[in-house]
Design a protein around this ligand. Structure first.
Ligand SMILES: Cc1ncc(COP(=O)(O)O)c(C=O)c1O
Length: 300
């Protein structure tokens, strides 16, 4: 699945540290930490009907990621919200929009890894694009040879811009003609796919890998919450790839594509014996929560 370019995004304005710039002029310095070392944290956000969905949860993760990486002068949630609202208003955007929110460690005085060279404060980038959910109704997956980081190497609880192992997994998926690559953890259990969390359903119980090696996705958390609130049995567990092959249903979660059914993994059809019954039920509750706007923050 390759995202298509939307010409509505020709004229978008991008926010960089207080300035709103045309996309051709929206650039960061070659001395910026994100260029030098992928030294940045980010969130993907979605705008539904005048509200930024789960914004408080995303900002909490952004703040935690920046704090864990020992960023200095991290902007407050209020400052970030103001910048988000300013960007959306400048673009007349209030629905069908995806936002890539990035906070880098900022510019350095000279090339080098040392964060003491970062003397200008962080760089805040808000890239809002017209982009309804991107996945088709069903996707296919292949298992990648690239392992997802464990806390031994780089803790997946930090939502950082060092995405190369995920990108390598996506390249393998592209070569195999699949939509995304499943990444195992260091022990061979399923962690997540390269850009989405994974769930499987067996005999009415919903399972998802522990968040020891996967990103604790906001959508993943919401799906667990929905199951708990709606009386659908749900468990975090160590899950092997075989458990996904033989599951009744498999689906992915993420802000970019919401909840998406998986039809095939490594050439094995997912049986879907009950015709997506559990996914459909969770999806219905997910969309109810989107429509109720209770989890959204209105654009001011
Ligand atoms: C590696 C990875 N897994 C899962 C997700 C989904 O997370 P969320 O539900 O917070 O969008 C993302 C999205 O950024 C991701 O990059």
């Amino acid at each position: 699945m390759l995202q298509k370019y939307n010409t509505k995004n020709d004229d978008i304005l991008v926010y960089i540290n207080g300035e709103l710039l045309k996309r051709a002029d929206a650039k960061v310095s070659v001395f910026d930490s994100v260029v030098q070392g992928g030294d940045a944290v980010w969130e993907g956000l979605r705008v539904y009907d005048g509200h930024i969905f789960c914004l408080d949860r995303h900002l909490e993760r952004l703040q935690n990621s920046a704090h864990a990486l020992a960023f200095k002068d991290i902007p407050s949630n209020e400052e970030i919200k103001k910048a988000l609202f300013q960007t959306l208003k400048a673009n007349n955007m209030d629905d069908g929009v995806h936002i890539r929110l990035t906070l880098t460690r900022g510019k350095k005085t000279t090339s080098g890894m040392d964060p003491r060279l970062n003397q200008f404060g962080p760089t805040l980038i808000i890239l809002a694009e017209w982009k309804p959910p991107v996945y088709p109704p069903q996707i296919t997956l292949v298992t990648s040879s690239v392992r997802r980081n464990s806390p031994m190497f780089l803790d997946s609880k930090i939502h950082h811009n060092n995405l190369l192992n995920n990108i390598l997994a996506k390249i393998e998926a592209n070569h195999a003609g699949a939509d995304a690559g499943i990444m195992l953890d260091k022990d061979g259990y399923v962690s997540e796919a390269n850009g989405v969390n994974l769930f499987c359903v067996r005999n009415g119980t919903v399972y998802t890998p522990y968040a020891s090696s996967c990103l604790p996705g906001i959508t993943r958390g919401l799906v667990i919450e929905i199951c708990e609130e709606e009386g659908i049995p749900v468990k975090e567990s160590n899950l092997s790839i075989t458990e996904f092959y033989i599951a009744d249903e498999v689906f992915t979660t993420g802000t970019m594509g919401e909840l998406t059914a998986v039809s095939e993994i490594d050439g094995r059809a997912i049986n879907n014996k009950k015709d997506h019954a559990v996914l459909d039920q969770i999806n219905q509750h997910f969309h109810q929560r989107v429509q109720s706007k209770k989890l959204g923050i209105p654009i001011e």
